[in-house]
Every structure is written in C-alpha cells, then in structure tokens.
Write a protein that binds this ligand. Sequence first.
Ligand code: PMP
Length: 384
Amino acid sequence: MQAKRMTDIPFSGIREIFEECNRLEAKGQDVVHFEIGRPDFDTPAPIKAAGKQAIDDGHVYYTSNYGLLELRNGIARKFADENGLEYDQTDEIVVTSGATEAIFVTILALVDPGDEVLVPDPHWTYEPAINAAGGSVVPYRLNPEDGFQPDEASLREAVSDDTKLLIVNTPQNPTGGVLNEAGAEVVRDVAVEHDLLVLSDEIYEKIIYGSPHRSIAAMDGMFERTVTVNGFSKAYSMTGWRLGYLAAPTELIDPIIRLRQYTSTCASSISQYAGLRALKGDLHKPLVDAFAERREILLNRIDGVPGMSCPEPQGAFYAMPTIPDGAIDAESFVWELLRDKGVATVPGTVFGSTGEGRVRLAYSISTERIEEAFDRIEEWVKEQ
Ligand code: PMP
C-alpha cells in the first residue's frame, strides 16, 4: 500500500531504545538518559518573553515563505560578523521549521534519482531525505584516530561520476568532532575538483570548546556551491520552537524556496519573533558553559572505565567512546547496560559502520546523572 520510496525510510534506529526506556520506567526502574540528543535547559527567559509578546502583538499570520525580513536581516548580520559570509537577506536566506526541514528541502530540491550523496560515517540521519529523493547514500569515513576528521582516501574513493552532493556536519553529531583546518581543506579540495554541491550542517556551531567554528562556505571556491544549514534548537534550547534556517546563493535557493512554499509554507511567526531575540546578545553562553563542565566530568569518567576511550569531543554534546572491556559488541552492550543497569545509550552502528565497537553518549543531562550513569557502567564492567 505504501509508496515505493518509503521502502528505504525506516523508523529511527533509536526508537527501540526509547520504547525500552518507557517500559522500564513504567515498571518503576530509574533510567539515566544518555540517548537523547537535546539540551535539557529551559529556553532563556528573554526569548520566551519575545514569543509571548509576539502573540500579544497579534503576529499570528503567515510570514513570507523566506521568513520574516527582520529575522533574515539578523541572520545575514550573524553570517557577516561571525562566519565571514555575505548573504543577501532578501533572497539568499530561508527560515525553516527546524534544521530538519532545511535539510529535507535542500536534499529534495537538489538531488535526482540516481544521484549519489556523500555522507560522513558516522553521521546523523540524512538518509531518509536522500532516499525520499531517490538518491543513494555513499559514506565516507571519519577517522576516530584523528578526532573524527574526514579520511581523505575514503572520501576520494567515494566520489563517482554520479556524485551530486557532499554533506558535512561540524560540530558533529554523533561524535562531537569538529572539522579542523586540514579536514576542511580535504572537503574543499574534493568538492571543487569534482564540482560538487555541499550541504554544511552547522546546527551545533555555538556549542564548541576549542578552536572557533569555521563555515565551509567561507573557504575559497565554496560559497557558490554550498548550502549552509543552522538553527536555534541547540544553542538556545529551542527544540520545540521548530526554528532553523539555510543560506545559499540565489541559484541554489531558487529550487529550494519553490519546494519550501509547499512544505510548511513558513516557520511559526511566533517562533520567528523569538528567534529574533535569540540573535541579540550571548544568551547561549550559560548553556555552553554548562556543557563544557559536563564534558570534563564525562571525559574523566570515561578514562576510569577499562577499555573505554574516545577522542576529546570538540563540540556539540556528544561523545563516541569505545565499549568497555567485557562487552562483545556495541549492540549487545547497549541492551545489556539498559536492561541490567538502567543506562540508556545508542549503539554506534546506528550512525554507520565506523560506529562499530562504540556507543554514543549525549551529555545533555546533569553532572549528577552523568556520575550516576558511570557508577552503573563501572558496576556492569566489574560483573563481567
Ligand atoms: N542536524 C543535526 C546534526 C542534528 O543533530 C539535529 C537534531 N538532533 C538536526 C540537524 C535537526 O535540528 P532541528 O530540526 O531541531 O533544528
């Protein structure tokens, strides 16, 4: 009964874990949630106030398909000041219902059946959109030994005459990796040599601990081929507001905006006014400081578990350590740890083959809960 294109669009790999968490919690077991990739903070008060004010002021109508001009203006200024990128607010920026929609419309507007899309391995869930477009996913390896930088040989091998689009994500979900200068140059060289389009997912831009974020579109030869995706969900803890955006030269925006008219029409007007407030000042700072503290504790505790190790995550709120001594593989470790100890994690294999022997830990939980989770992981290891 379903359309053929739905064959390759499965339920999310994390869903079964969520369901098991619900079952355990219904039975009264305490579960530590290392599996959920969302900040646990409230949205900063000034942003919430701006949303309420938008309702009171009667901003309750459709906005332009591109988004509120004032918000696009703020986004254009952000790109200019922080990323060295000059986008025209009138026709090079589109506000979307979350980065998810930005990614979906970009892929659907640019990828044809038979096209190949290069996707990092491990990676966040870009495949459903690629499959819906009739394209195929071709993974390129990120090197755990090198802080999850793109492996040049693997990336070059992945390119073919059918390659249309190259996806990069920095800071990265699921590894916490951040593209360094050498890594960015590899991506740029391959994209330019093979004349590829690039989708750069920068949703974790502001959650970064070491060297500053670099937008790949700002590199030589990249502006004209790159769609930069970003959003408000992570840095301002606004996942429920559904607000993201994309920016690209008009030639790329043209098919994207035509499609976007028929998806969600425009992002929520109320969320857009809230987003406008989020762009003013440094409201993300306390949240990023809290993540930095959690990261320190997490890394210390990972160090104390025999067999567990990972490159220091440089951004986002994820780490992808190896599984501890005594664990057979990622999948069985995740299930045993959840059922025996009530610690929910995600097997690395959900994100690609490079995730074999690793788990993703989302440290978007309190420091006390991180400590609690690791006390239980240590107990599990002792019992093996
Ligand atoms: N990209 C990445 C890498 C993500 O981790 C997420 C959310 N988990 C998104 C995009 C989508 O974010 P949103 O739709 O909430 O803006």
